[in-house]
Design a protein around this ligand. Structure first.
Ligand SMILES: [Ca+2]
Ligand SMILES: [Ca+2]
Length: 263
């Protein structure tokens, strides 16, 4: 009799408990999937500007640039401002209940930026917005204060390796050249993912060539003036003196006198 009353009480209790869960919609803990850590997907961007400390979108100056020879690899002048942006998406396996992740419990490591920890930039999606990374949240992290490296420097070796030959298909059409590639990894509790980004410099302009000294201009020989033909000197005609009259008589007398005197 006592056992019948116990069974009856248990049945009533189960009915009441079932009614409570039906009304509140809260499932008993024993019926839930085990709480798990979700997965992270990482997209690493290279940004051709200082994108600031905070934001809730991926700035237009940022490109994914996974393929070092892709057409979207930015061409950045050496010394120009540069940022890196890291987009982390947290997802939960279907049918599982995932633990929200505290941002400080994940790490972002960039193989070309040893010792630099990306800082929280903002969230593309943050539901609920309670300061933790919930399933379906998308959070952004940033590294600022970078400058594009002069990648053609002789003997340059980057911390994570390279430069490598890339930028074969960028829009300037100047072909392959030394290219920077970095790989970032996000690691949360029991989850990780990697992604890359790349950039290169513009092909240096040809070194200005000083103007070549022109050979002296050949001076055409001065034309020798052709002397003008002197006017012919008139040759005087032989002169015949004809004496007549008194002149002839005087000449004859003078000749006769010279004959007498013997002179
Ligand atoms: Ca990328
Ligand atoms: Ca959140």
């Amino acid at each position: 009799m006592r056992s019948l009353r116990f069974v009856g009480s248990l049945a009533v209790g189960l009915v009441l408990l079932g009614t409570f869960f039906f009304v509140t919609g809260v499932a008993p803990a024993a019926a839930q999937e085990p709480t798990v850590i979700g997965t992270f997907a990482l997209v690493k961007y290279v940004c051709s500007a200082d994108i600031g400390a905070t934001g809730s979108t991926v700035p237009s100056t940022c490109v994914d640039a996974n393929d070092p020879n892709g057409a979207n690899v930015p061409v950045l002048a050496a010394g120009s401002a540069l940022s890196f942006l890291y987009e982390a998406t947290y997802t939960c396996p279907t049918g599982s209940v995932c633990t929200p992740i505290n941002p400080i419990s994940i790490t972002l490591a960039d193989n070309q930026l040893p010792g630099i920890a990306p800082a929280v930039y903002g969230a593309l999606q943050d539901v609920p917005s309670t300061g933790v990374i919930d399933p379906t949240d998308i959070w952004l992290f940033v590294v600022r204060g970078q400058q594009a490296i002069h990648l053609t420097n002789t003997g340059l070796t980057l911390p994570g390796g390279g430069p490598i030959q890339g930028c074969a298909n960028v829009s300037d059409g100047d072909g392959a050249r030394p290219t920077y590639v970095n790989s970032a990894q996000i690691t949360g509790p029991s989850a990780s993912n990697t992604d890359t980004a790349a950039y290169c410099n513009p092909v240096p302009l040809p070194t200005a060539v000083p103007p070549t000294a022109l050979p002296p201009t050949a001076v055409p020989p001065t034309a020798t003036p052709i002397p003008s033909t002197p006017a012919p000197v008139p040759i005087p005609e032989p002169m015949t003196v004809v004496l007549f009259g008194a002149g002839l008589a005087a000449l004859s007398a003078a000749m006769a006198a010279r004959k007498r005197t013997g002179k």
